[in-house]
Design a protein around this ligand. Structure first.
Ligand code: HAM
Length: 433
């Protein structure tokens, strides 16, 4: 029978690597808390219309990459419903913001999330069909200050602080402004006019987008189209005075706080909801998929999906790519499994239960313990224990009776007799990892 495997583009995450994942998540939660963000968890699947209306019908994500299915009706009275595994989390957060009336308090909402996203892309290093994002959104009614360029700068400064705390250096922040929705409409007209001359030489997707949503032509990855795209009018020239002033204020605040950036006029990002500031942090160590994270403003998104006016800005970091970056910088981390404090070896089946009792005692005092069983046969078992633990505790009939245990430190080879009551203190005193 053919063996079953994880589906293409999905992966199992195993220890010890998962420890690095957890460390990153813990660091992110700690940093977000300092900036007063709270956690939101939205469902993994949503109504397909949510993504079509927010991310946009003509984007690669919605037109090619979503996992969508017709959910069967359970009763005659029920209709079938088109559902989609979330390809990103901003749409879900804004839906939740509207659904729970989070804007009614008048307060700025600062929400973060950590969870899997799904896109049917061609898998390669750093690109998966199920991947994890750590993201955050700042959203609120205009009276809450949600439109202020200070919010953009604060979010970018928080990202720089998070990367620093994770020990990731060598990133580049690329920054652009795609303007207000009115500026984008102007730019789309300019682009449409420019594309009339050249679209005949471009790929099929570009030819269609030149008519339906010209901005999306800038997402094209076809190598032959790149020289044509390079010569198209730039979005910066279509920005109105308000958008220019907003962007200038973002840059001034970043300069003041010392976050370095590079301007990139082609950075329009592959999602339709963006307005004004857009950004990506790239990292050279990642190879072709070099975007560590992406984000931007979405001042019209709430209204586009039927909500009140609620400008916002946010980002999503790829957790898988953070792990790749940290592993590339420190390959040792990939190999070394952490060792437990003690391996308890009951000598004989009759001592199994006593072993469990001792393990419970030590674990309750906070030690990491591995429990062997009565099949422990000295030489081979010693070698196996040596791999997982720093010390071994021999539990034979004599030890059980006398309450004095034989402990061997694998690193030094020293053997000691330790009273049972002092065992936890004895391990706590030894140098740890
Ligand atoms: P995005 O640029 O589509 O934006 O995705 C954010 C990040 O997720 C990317 O920079 C990349 O690191 C990672 N990513 C995307 N697709 C894959 C994949 N197939 N495999 C691995 N990593 C991937 C968003 O998702 C927006 N929701 C971000 C945002 C939040 N904008 C405002 N708020």
């Amino acid at each position: 029978m053919a063996t079953l495997k994880a589906v293409r583009g999905t992966r199992d995450l195993l220890p010890p690597e998962t420890e690095l994942w957890n460390r990153i998540e813990t660091t992110a939660r700690r940093v977000f808390a300092r900036y007063n963000f709270g956690e939101i968890r939205t469902p993994v699947f949503e109504d397909t219309a949510l993504f079509a209306r927010s991310v946009g019908e003509e984007t690669d994500i919605v037109s090619k990459e979503m996992y969508t299915w017709e959910d069967r009706a359970r009763a005659q009275s029920e209709k079938t419903q088109s559902l989609t595994l979330r390809p990103e989390n901003t749409a879900g957060v804004v839906r939740a913001y509207i659904e729970h009336g989070l804007g009614e308090s008048g307060q700025l909402q600062k929400l973060y999330y950590i969870g899997p996203q799904f896109r049917r892309e061609r898998p390669q290093k750093g690109r998966y069909r199920q991947f994890w994002q750590i993201g955050a959104e700042v959203i609120g009614p205009p009276s809450s200050g949600s439109e202020s360029p200070l919010r953009d700068a604060e979010v970018l400064e928080m990202l720089a602080a998070l990367l620093e705390e994770l020990g990731i250096t060598g990133w580049t922040l690329e920054l652009n402004s795609v303007g207000s929705s009115a500026d984008r409409a102007t730019y789309n007209d300019v682009l449409r006019a420019a594309l009339v001359q050249v679209q005949g030489k471009m790929c099929g997707d570009c030819q269609r987008r030149a008519v339906t949503n010209p901005l999306r032509v800038l997402d094209c990855k076809v190598p032959e189209d790149q020289p044509i795209i390079e010569k198209l009018p730039k979005i910066g020239d279509s920005l109105g005075e308000d958008s220019k002033a907003h962007f200038a204020a973002v840059l001034a605040a970043l300069d003041a706080v010392g976050v370095p950036y590079m301007l990139n006029q082609r950075l329009v990002r592959g999602l339709d909801y963006y307005t004004r500031t857009t950004f990506e942090f790239t990292h050279g160590g990642l190879g072709a998929q070099n975007a560590l994270l992406g984000g931007g403003r979405y001042d019209g998104l709430s209204e586009a999906i039927g909500g009140p006016k609620a400008p916002g800005i946010g980002f999503a970091i790829c957790l898988d790519r953070l792990v790749l970056t940290l592993q590339a910088a420190d390959p040792v981390r990939k190999a070394a499994p952490p060792q437990v404090d003690a391996y308890i070896a009951p000598i004989g089946e009759s001592l199994n239960a006593a072993g469990l009792v001792l393990a419970r005692e030590l674990r309750q005092s906070g030690l990491r313990v591995e429990l062997g069983d009565g099949s422990f046969r000295l030489k081979k078992s010693f070698e196996a224990a040596d791999k997982v633990a720093r010390n071994i505790v021999i539990l034979g009939e004599d030890e059980l009776r006398s309450d004095i245990l034989t402990v061997k430190d694998f690193a030094t080879g020293t053997q000691s007799k330790v009273p049972r009551a002092e065992l936890a203190a004895y391990f706590a005193k030894l140098p740890g990892e």
